[in-house]
Design a binder for this molecule. Structure first.
Ligand code: IVH
Length: 674
């Protein structure tokens, strides 16, 4: 089928628009449209490309979603070694470098370009005829790793250049994560009970060196370029011109560079940056001072490791000694008991620091941190106050090693550290610190599916002490609901109906709803299949742990989570009350007419090409099991099934946090449900 001319025109307009908005957002930090509108444009483009594959191009913005995970990184030899830089650790060393360089050139003074030194991960990019072809990490300087697929997911990296220099262009720079993105990533990881990245550099490196580009795509990485390889071939004569050229090509340059003509000007720049760096959005660990004239550089040459025409002035790290007055334990959303050192207030990197997170017991033990200790503190990534080490020689008499308690400080239930985990967690799902989140999860679509019971209402129910555990939900009356958030009678009735309906949810949904650690939707369904009742599951978890551990797909971690959950008397009591309320606890509830199809009520969206069947065939199978399919992803979608070359629906699904099924998963579920 020939592509209509009008569509060709629309596709090129869409690409131009998407490129412009990506530039405004990622390079200039001044977006003109919302993320949602951006996704809408991207979706239109993906739909056109999906319909007419001949419209696809290597540099289409739709390729940013991230391809399939790869087996391992392929090694690539750099055309020219990626060198490192010698360091100047104080002003004296910097002066010596400058004087030596000027003397070697037989000049009294030389012009240098000063640039902030980005604390990130060095990369080398290859463009051919203006199109992004490949990219690699620095590696050992001679051989790096091919990270092309991951680089494609970085939105500020243009897949095609504004000007297209003929032939090959190799350009180098740094990948990093800005401080805001780093803080958000760590906050999300903390919520998910995952380990935290120590600083933006580690977070960026961890995100780039991912075998699955989808993980990289989900991280907000930035890239800044500062070096063109073989500059003279591109008519570039100075570092100043180099940055101008990079900008002109449409590639991001960090900015803030300054041309300095003597040592006094350099010192002024360094002084400014020693302070400015704290407010700068990106982590910088120094200033790079480079001989501006590229022709002169070759007269100086390089050592085996670093060029003689540049040096990195390293900022003195801000570290101060203060005292730990107390160690407090807070209970987070997932029940993690987090120890926080309460410090004697200290000025550090631009703010007054009063508290420092101590991460976990291992961190405390390794550093031997005790209440009353004098400690050296700094801000990891210039943001997160952290204890570096204890000044042991100043330790007062009578201190004792600190242990995270084995009882939750909020509800008094047992707190345990599960095998293979670093966090100590409260075992009581009805702990007030966790109640709201737990109830929202209980009511969610893949759990008890209590429509209308949104987060705001849950919060009000908990705050007004109407509900303090899952079972209380089934004792709410319409009259209690109506005054909440000025709810209408109709909304209250809808919630009551949804609650009633939820009592008939399948066993797998109930097991998922209980929010047992390490037990997600899939494991919950497997457990339901295997044990067929809560009673049998609980009995095995408590009394036949070995049997549970050896069951397929379970293993020691999940078995221990189940045991911990089912031995807690509070949880047992909640389950009994749920049963009394009429909640289904077995797999063979007599189905109501029409309710016997396993995927009844589930909404699917299909994207990309499946290898084992066509999309209409997949849709047919979903319908046969009671599910429905739709063309667009919304909050109501339960699952997005992805095949090869998924479109923007996948991006939307990820944005909305909808469950994504790869083909293999989808087929497994199909087989199980049939
Ligand atoms: S120029 C020949 N400029 O610092 C070396 N490097 O410690 C060319 N870095 O490997 C490097 N910001 O990864 C240069 N503005 C900047 C930089 C910078 C960060 C990194 C780079 C390099 C390392 C050396």
């Amino acid at each position: 089928m020939a592509v209509p001319d009008s569509l060709k025109k629309r596709v090129s307009e869409l690409r131009a628009e998407l490129k412009r908005h990506a530039e405004l957002y990622y390079v200039q930090d001044s977006p003109e449209i919302s993320d949602f509108e951006y996704d809408q444009l991207l979706r239109d483009l993906a739909a056109a490309e999906e319909k007419y594959p001949e419209l696809q191009t290597a540099d289409s913005p739709t390729h940013r979603v991230g391809g399939a995970p790869r087996e391992g990184f392929v090694k690539v030899e750099h055309s020219e070694p990626m060198m490192s830089l010698d360091n100047a650790l104080d002003i004296g060393e910097l002066r010596a470098f400058y004087v030596k360089m000027a003397q070697a050139l037989g000049m009294g003074s030389v012009q240098v370009l000063c640039e902030p030194k980005i604390d990130g991960l060095a990369v080398s990019l290859i463009y051919e005829d203006g199109l992004f072809i490949s990219g690699a990490t620095r590696g050992d300087g001679r051989v790096g790793e091919d990270i092309t697929s991951n680089l494609r997911t970085i939105k500020s990296l243009p897949l095609s250049l504004l000007e297209a220099p003929a032939g090959r262009l190799e350009i180098r720079g740094e990948i990093c994560m800005d401080k805001k993105g780093f803080a958000a990533l760590n906050a999300a990881r903390e919520d998910a009970g995952e380990s935290l990245f120590a600083n933006p550099r580690n977070a960026a490196a961890g995100s780039v060196r991912q075998l699955d580009p989808k993980v990289t795509a989900a991280r907000k990485l930035k890239i800044y370029l500062y070096q063109i390889v073989e500059p003279q071939r591109h008519g570039v004569k100075s570092q100043e011109e180099m940055l101008e050229t990079i900008r002109r090509l449409g590639l991001p340059v960090q900015g803030s560079e300054r041309l300095c003509s003597n040592i006094e000007e350099i010192e002024k720049y360094l002084e400014e940056w020693t302070v400015k760096r704290f407010e700068h959005p990106i982590d910088t660990d120094g200033v790079v001072v480079k001989l501006n004239d590229i022709g002169l550089r070759s007269m100086l040459g390089a050592t085996s490791k670093a060029p003689r025409w540049a040096i990195a002035f390293k900022f003195p790290p801000e570290q101060k000694v203060t005292r730990i007055i107390d160690i407090e334990i807070t209970v987070g959303r997932t029940g993690t008991l987090t120890p926080t050192a309460v410090l004697e207030p200290v000025h550090l990197s631009g703010t007054v620091v009063k508290r420092a997170i101590l991460h976990n017991q291992d961190d405390i033990d390794r550093k031997d941190i005790r209440i009353g200790d004098y400690v050296l503190v700094h801000k990891a990534g210039e943001i997160i106050p952290e204890v570096i080490r204890v000044e042991k020689e100043r330790r007062p008499e009578g201190t004792a090693p600190f242990l995270i308690p084995d009882r939750c400080p909020v509800c008094g239930s047992k707190a345990v550290r599960l095998i293979g985990e670093s966090a100590v967690k409260c075992t009581n799902r009805s702990c007030p610190a966790q109640i709201k989140e737990g109830i929202s999860h209980f009511a969610s679509r893949s759990a008890m599916d209590i429509r209308g019971l949104g987060e705001k209402i849950v919060a009000l129910l908990v705050e007004k002490e109407i509900v303090s555990d899952f079972a209380d939900l089934y004792r709410i009356s319409e009259n209690e609901l109506i005054p909440l958030g000025r709810m209408g009678e109709k909304s209250a009735r809808n919630i009551m109906e949804a609650l009633e309906k939820s009592k008939k949810r399948p066993l797998g949904a109930l097991i998922n709803a209980l929010g047992i650690r390490n037990v997600g939707v899939r494991t919950a369904n497997d457990l339901a299949e295997k044990f067929r009742s809560i009673e049998a599951l609980s009995e095995t978890a408590v009394n036949k742990t070995a049997e549970l551990e050896s069951a397929e797909g379970i293993g020691p971690v999940i078995a221990e989570s189940l045991r911990t959950f089912f031995v807690e008397p509070h949880n047992v009591h909640v389950i009994e009350r749920l049963k009394d309320a009429g909640v289904n606890m077995v797999i063979d509830t007599p189905a109501e007419a029409g309710d016997d199809l396993p995927w009844k009520g589930l909404k699917f969206v299909l994207t990309g090409e499946l290898s084992s069947m066509t999309r209409p065939e997949a849709a047919e199978k979903i319908r046969a099991l009671g599910g429905t399919t739709s063309d667009s992803v919304s909050r109501k979608t339960d699952f997005v099934v992805t095949g090869e070359k998924p479109g923007s629906k996948l991006l939307k699904a990820r944005t909305l946090g909808i469950d994504i099924l790869e083909e293999e998963d989808f087929i497994k579920r199909l087989t199980e449900a049939q």
